[in-house]
Ligand binder design. Structure first.
Ligand SMILES: [Zn+2]
Ligand SMILES: [Zn+2]
Length: 338
């Protein structure tokens, strides 16, 4: 395999190897015991062996009984879905109102934005587009709604029959003031801000250099593969968790950290911050991505290198925006897959 194009990967090779090494059985056990304790999931146990992990209930349960409500670490709405559904950026429930959902979708379609435009490769989406064309129902082509009506729907000044029976949470804006993220509640907005979004926000709280760098990163991801958006969230999640852990470590520590021990101590904190991802990490994205049908198996090695180089380009763009030298080894895990 060719050498990595990334100089950081050479500089931090030992630290990266430590972060990507499979966690020990003891560490896995401790992590899940802690998680179950934290979430008060007393009737659940996690068992694991070399083949994988399994979640078991310790007691009988009936149909529709909630056994476990798991937390998402990070998630992203597919760009092709954003025209159709207006959802909370953290918990992904519908927000606004039925009128806002319908008005916004028709409005965006009237601007020429369709799910097809947002997704360059998906066969499913081209199927949708073809169907639209056949039936002549594409709002883009035959938009018979006036802008005034759509505006009334989006502003909440026009009501559709029975929509009050399907109320949705009021829209909460991003605390950083960007237009990309919206929430179902202040709670979701605050948690997303603290755990992921504050480093990726392009709103007024972010300086103009970072805003421009993030816009370039997002445009590249939308043009190539939006897994990079999810990867950026993983990195942001890890950096923010690292900073919180380090703050509490320094506050709790009576001894000042000596210079020579600082690097080691930072790596320990970074490993702890990375742990939730490490528990699910299997292989790097370019090593496990499925080979497309039109790529012959003899071209597999060069295909995987192309994918790795694409990830490297994305990483360069992201680094411009959110690089943190203490978390450098983790930013190289941008393309993790689990
Ligand atoms: Zn929410
Ligand atoms: Zn924001």
């Amino acid at each position: 395999m060719e050498a990595s194009p990334c100089p950081l990967e050479v500089e931090f090779s030992n630290q990266i190897a430590a972060l990507l090494a499979p966690p020990s059985s003891k560490s896995i056990q401790e992590y899940y015991d802690g998680l179950l304790h934290e979430t008060k999931s007393h009737f659940i146990r996690v068992e694991f062996n070399e083949n994988g992990k399994g979640v078991f209930s310790n007691r009988d349960f009936k149909e529709e009984h909630l056994v476990l409500k798991d937390q998402m670490l990070v998630a992203a709405q597919h760009s092709s879905n954003k025209v159709d559904c207006f959802v909370c950026s953290r918990c992904f429930c519908y927000i606004g109102s039925v009128e806002v959902q319908i008005g916004r979708k028709l409005y965006l379609e009237s601007l020429g934005l369709t799910t097809m435009d947002c997704d360059h490769q998906s066969e499913d989406q081209s199927f949708l587009q073809e169907n639209d064309d056949e039936t002549g129902s594409s709002a883009h082509k035959n938009n018979s709604f006036s802008m005034d009506v759509l505006q009334l729907l989006m502003d909440g000044n026009l009501f559709l029959p029975y929509s009050k029976q399907f109320t949705l949470p009021t829209i909460v804006a991003c605390p950083g003031g960007c237009e990309e993220e919206h929430y179902c509640s202040k709670l979701c907005a605050d948690i997303d801000w603290d755990t992921v979004h504050s480093l990726l926000c392009t709103g007024k709280t972010s300086d103009s250099f970072r805003q421009a760098a993030l816009v370039k990163f997002t445009e590249h991801a939308n043009r190539t593969n939006d897994i990079f958006i999810l990867a950026a969230k993983v990195i942001s999640f890890t950096i923010l968790r690292y900073r919180r852990l380090k703050r509490s470590y320094l506050e709790g520590s009576k001894q000042p950290i000596l210079n020579e021990a600082e690097g080691q101590s930072n790596l320990c904190i970074l490993s702890e911050a990375w742990k939730p991802v490490a528990m699910g990490f299997k292989r790097r994205w370019w090593d496990c991505i499925a080979l497309p049908d039109d790529i012959d198996s003899c071209q597999e090695a060069s295909f995987r290198m192309q994918i790795r180089d694409l990830a490297f380009t994305s990483l360069q763009l992201l680094k411009e925006a959110i690089f943190d030298v203490e978390c450098a080894p983790c930013i190289l895990q941008e393309s993790t897959a689990w």
